[in-house]
Unconditional design. Sequence first.
Length: 244
Amino acid sequence: MLAGFTAGWVDAVVGGGGLVQLPALLLVPGITPVQALATNKVAGIMGTSVSALTYYRRVQPGLSTAGPMAMTALAGAAGGAALAGLLPTSVFKPVILVALVLVGAYTVARPRVGRATQLRWTGRRHRAVALGLGLVLGAYDGLLGPGTGSFLVIALVGVVGYGFLEASAQAKIVNVATNLGALLVFTLEGAPLWRLGLLVGGANIAGAYLGARTAVARGSAFVRVVFVVVVAALIARLAVDVLG
């Protein structure tokens, strides 16, 4: 429950709560990796739903980006979840590690990025980019999970042109869809441990509500700092796994 609360706060601010919550679930005696992934989705969707609603009420993000992204993200997450039990995660970890290093370096090297929203495209091209990002990141969330929120935020900041605060608001809406798509598949496979997931999810909700309110109150500069810290922690965690 402590991991769930912490994950909810981190995830609501900038994503990456799976860095805390999933490893904690993997410590449960006898749990399989797929069960841990599935149970993580049960708790995760509870927290992201609350943080998405809190952001929507207070930031009021437009849905021209989050809407198309959510549609393809749901489909991508379902496809990724279907493959989760078939593909070894060790194949992907080095690639993800390199991607996170590049993301962290880009964010640190360009401190002005994400201070304010300056969209790079409008109309059909904007929607096409949103659809593509949703599909790719949704598939990643269904297949692996941890760091999806951070990847969503940096994609919305670096590729689309949002400020960090609005990117976090948009990312939460998309993250609800990715969690839902993966959870539907995991449920059909009978993978979630529901009682554990609901227990952790209750704590996740509390953390998510507090995290979303904190991010809205502090603004994009605060979200950027937390983002850099979370990405650094993700890099350290994955580096240990890869080198080990």
